[in-house]
Design a protein around this ligand. Structure first.
Ligand SMILES: NC(=O)c1ccc[n+]([C@@H]2O[C@H](COP(=O)([O-])OP(=O)(O)OC[C@H]3O[C@@H](n4cnc5c(N)ncnc54)[C@H](OP(=O)(O)O)[C@@H]3O)[C@@H](O)[C@H]2O)c1
Length: 314
């Protein structure tokens, strides 16, 4: 009989790739708020592979879905309203609540099972670290900032670690920006193609990233290394400055001209397209110290190789 993996919030950018990564070796169950599959990602996932089962939940209350966790090898929770929006009071509440509630209800569900999952990986974000331009941040670094997105990350992790799941190993994955077919690569390549692929702001802010394939591989690695638990940074070992990221993307897309977007342009543009300038301007300088110490080897360690692979596959 196949082993089971449950992916909560698995209809999104990362979840779809993980679902494909683990099928057909595993029975993959995706928990989604969709009832009859009207959302596009849900439909894509459904069409992509018949062996992925999509089970309804509301991300907040225990219901029949929780039986799916019985005897699962791994639970991966990716649920949360996208942060790619304006931080209005309404959106801020939804961003926070969607992460806390889904994490709490999964914890409660696990505590009621006869055979709880062996491993629970909860998404978290490398945004928890401060705007760093002087030094790389690893899992030991102090969390000095306290703006809205950092507060969300802290509350999210607190909810995760508060869950009492004595026989389930828990890993909190502080992910850097995930590069793959979709996600942030869409707006960045659109900017490059429009001739606006220069640096954003000063361009000196650090861009920490991870290739989607390495994210899937490191989840395998965590599964196979039972001593790994707690907080892990999921980011490639060689982050780059924003200006280097944009320059590399222009080179790979074969676009020679890239006008810079000054700080005020980023602020204006973000307002127009309904997002926050922080997503482009914050300096995220994060390294995967614990994974490297544990012996994980990245396939896409440098940005040239990662972007070349992603753009070629598109
Ligand atoms: N992508 C990145 O670069 C990155 C980096 C760091 C951290 N992360 C975090 O990793 C997680 C997954 O990222 P992603 O890029 O795959 O995100 P995504 O594409 O936005 O997918 C998130 C999933 O969460 C579910 N969701 C949305 N609103 C929800 C709500 N109010 N309550 C419960 N579930 C809700 C949705 O599933 P249904 O609509 O089917 O329920 C959606 O498919 C997110 O929490 C994100 O913050 C992502």
């Amino acid at each position: 009989m196949k082993k089971k993996i449950v992916i909560a919030g698995g209809t999104g950018f990362i979840g779809q790739q993980l679902a494909l990564w683990y099928t057909p070796e595993y029975e993959v169950v995706v928990l989604s708020r969709e009832v009859n599959g009207q959302n596009n990602s849900y439909n894509c996932l459904n069409k992509m592979n018949g062996s992925i089962r999509i089970v309804h939940w509301n991300g907040a209350d225990i219901d029949k879905w929780s039986e799916e966790l019985e005897d699962a090898e791994m639970l991966i929770n990716l649920s949360g309203k996208s942060v790619n929006c304006r931080y209005t009071e309404k959106n801020k509440k939804a961003i926070l609540d969607s992460r806390i509630r889904s994490t709490q209800v999964l914890g409660r569900a696990i505590s009621l099972l006869n055979k709880p999952p062996q491993l629970w990986i909860n998404a978290a974000s490398a945004t928890i670290y401060r705007h760093a331009i002087d030094a790389a941040q690893d899992e030991q670094s102090e969390l000095l900032q306290n703006d809205f997105s950092v507060q969300v990350c802290k509350e999210w992790e607190k909810a995760f670690f508060a869950a009492d799941t004595p026989v389930t190993r828990k890993v909190c994955l502080r992910m850097a920006i995930v590069l793959g077919n979709g996600g942030v690569m869409v707006p960045y390549t659109n900017l490059v193609k429009a001739g606006l692929g220069g640096k954003q702001g000063s361009g000196k802010q650090m861009f920490s990233w991870i290739h989607m394939t390495d994210l899937c591989r490191l989840i395998d690695f965590i599964r196979d290394h039972s001593r790994l638990e707690g907080i892990l940074n999921a980011s490639a070992p060689m982050p780059v400055r924003n200006e280097v990221f944009m320059q590399t993307l222009r080179k790979i897309c074969k676009v020679r001209i890239g006008f810079p977007m000054y700080r005020w342009m980023v602020h204006l543009g973000a307002r127009i397209i309904g997002t926050e300038p922080e997503l482009m301007l914050k300096s995220r300088w994060v390294i995967p110290a614990r994974l490297c110490d544990a012996g994980f080897v990245f396939r896409y360690g440098n940005i040239d190789k990662a972007l070349d692979d992603i753009i070629r596959k598109r």
